[in-house]
Design a protein around this ligand. Structure first.
Ligand SMILES: [Zn+2]
Length: 290
């Protein structure tokens, strides 16, 4: 029997389907909070913890019981962000000349590229340049293993079913908390779905997920501010039956954003997400005629 859990401590945790598997995967690239000992940032830790999509892995924890794979990072995305391409590094952060390719990216220019430079509200992450070796070690030890697991799961699904559905799981600061970060552009919606304007999954899948969250009484918008970034771009290929959708849950629904603690809403949202996962699994089952 297949191992149900695979863990690289401090890097990632992968859980395989329990029981009958479906061509369905969830991943939580930003919920990690195991800070590597060599993460020598210069600003206080409390200035950067808002970068965590705290508790998102826990909100989706019932996915394997519904036949889906669930991958979650254990490292913080501010150290290195698995939802960015390697080309999204800011070369000005590096001591020396970065040997890899670099591409233009507005998120990098905001200081939230592959390696974060901006802690929000004008707080600088580092007072120094990062060495090439230091960044390469983050890529090799954290970014690559995460992408390798994504590719392995996606490849196994592709091989077994020839089609795939993927939900890339995130959370977003509330508009009120966003203001404290000097980011006044946070959506008012409680849930934002992102398919890069139709580029990463078919519209029917978006509607299934939208209706499932709306049935929970939540206010849902699509491609508002959060349109989907690297992981849905890389793994979504709707013309070939591979559907990737980004889901952002408003943090105020389930946590105290300042203290990074669950609030009274957590239990209800967990139950809602569990029902959404059930509806998504039913949809995928019907699509493959299971
Ligand atoms: Zn995120």
């Amino acid at each position: 029997m297949e191992n149900q859990k695979f863990q690289m401590t401090g890097v990632l945790q992968r859980r395989n389907p329990v029981g009958t598997a479906l061509p369905l995967m969830f991943d939580s690239p930003h919920s990690g909070n195991t800070y590597p000992t060599d993460f020598a940032h210069d600003c206080p830790r409390e200035n950067i913890r808002w970068g965590e999509d705290a508790f998102i892995d826990e909100l989706y924890e019932t996915a394997p019981a519904r036949g889906a794979w669930l991958l979650a990072a254990e490292f913080p995305r501010t150290y290195i962000d698995p939802n960015r391409g390697l080309e999204d590094l800011d070369p000005d952060m590096i001591d020396g000349s970065w040997p890899g390719d670099i591409r233009d990216n507005p998120k990098r220019d905001q200081g939230i590229g592959l390696v974060w430079r901006n802690a929000g509200a004008g707080v600088a992450f580092y007072q120094r340049k990062l060495s090439i070796e230091e960044v390469q070690a983050r890529i090799d030890g954290y970014w690559q293993p995460y992408h390798a697991q994504m590719a392995e799961i996606a490849g196994e699904i592709q091989q077994r079913w020839g089609r795939r559905w993927h939900i890339n799981c995130h959370s977003m600061p509330s508009p009120a908390f966003g203001k404290t970060l000097e980011r006044d552009d946070m959506p008012k919606a409680e849930v934002v779905l992102g398919d890069r304007e139709g580029g990463t999954c078919d519209g029917a899948f978006v509607e299934v997920v939208r209706e499932a969250f709306e049935a929970e009484g939540l206010d849902v918008s699509v491609n508002e501010k959060f349109k989907g970034v690297e992981l849905v771009r890389k793994f979504g290929d709707p013309a070939n039956g591979c559907h990737s959708l980004q889901v952002e849950l408003g943090r105020a629904l389930y946590m105290d954003e300042r203290r990074i603690e669950k609030n009274d809403g957590f239990k209800a949202l967990h139950a809602s997400v569990t029902r959404v996962i059930g509806k998504v699994a039913d949809y995928v089952s019907a699509e493959i005629g299971a």
